[in-house]
Design a protein around this ligand. Structure first.
Ligand code: PLP
Length: 225
């Protein structure tokens, strides 16, 4: 499938989900996750009109950053080793996987500007998933004040890979509830306006539950080189 055709279909689904819950379509930022695919395929996504790209590894990010002609907004979405911060920090606009103080400290130290970060929350409580437990999240954010190069623009989660709609909704609702709590704290370093949730198989539900950023790989650019 051409990226352009997938893109049109996804745009239509985004619109439908927005209409269903009475949200404006431009609330939603579509991030094309290009981690599985070639630079050419990522370029095809940009030509189709995608403006945001997501990568989960240092090498994938750096290779595409160098070569892509159009400059997208870059999202780092994968679990981030502390020692890799130095090599990606100049290339990313958003980091979606902040999940520990040692990582916050390193981002603060290596950045020469404000880095927009999302705190990753393990809303499904699956052991294999990264992220903070929901009940740890508020305290974690309270402890970030000293890292002045970090702005907490939102929260991110990965729902389990399942067709169980109730379970998906429950994960997304947990993230939304935390966002409401954090916004009520009125921390100037944590406006927390974004909810990064929803992937190829669950983005319509995520939008219904309040997503502002959806991260789509397979359904948009495919998952084969
Ligand atoms: C791979 C990945 C995605 C995209 O997954 P698809 O199911 O291919 O859409 C989204 N978010 C994260 C964190 C990922 O690692």
């Amino acid at each position: 499938m051409l990226v352009k055709d997938n893109f049109e279909k996804i745009e239509k689904n985004i619109e439908e989900a927005c209409v269903k819950v009475n949200r404006p379509k431009n609330d939603i930022t579509l991030i094309a996750v290009t981690k599985y695919v070639t630079i050419e395929r990522a370029q095809e996504a940009l030509e189709a009109g995608v403006r945001h790209l997501g990568e989960n590894r240092e090498d994938g990010l750096l290779a595409k950053f160098e070569i892509l002609k159009d400059k997208p907004v870059w999202h780092f979405i994968g679990s981030l080793q502390t020692r890799k911060v130095k090599s990606i920090i100049d290339y990313v606009d958003y980091i979606h996987s902040l999940d520990r103080l040692s990582l916050a400290k390193e981002i603060h130290k290596r950045a020469d500007r404000t880095i927009k970060c999302l705190v990753q929350v393990n809303t499904s409580q699956e052991e294999t998933k990264h992220g903070l437990a929901p009940e740890e999240t508020i305290n974690f954010i309270k402890n970030l004040a000293e890292y002045t190069n970090i702005q907490i623009v939102g929260l991110m989660t990965m729902a389990p890979f399942t067709d169980d709609e109730a379970q998906l909704r429950s994960c997304f609702q947990t993230l939304k509830r935390l966002q409401t709590e954090i916004q009520a704290m009125h921390l100037d370093y944590a406006p927390c306006i974004e909810l990064s949730m929803g992937m190829s198989n669950d983005y319509s539900i995520a939008i219904e539950e309040g997503a502002t950023m959806i991260r789509i790989g397979t359904a948009l650019v495919g998952n084969e080189k």
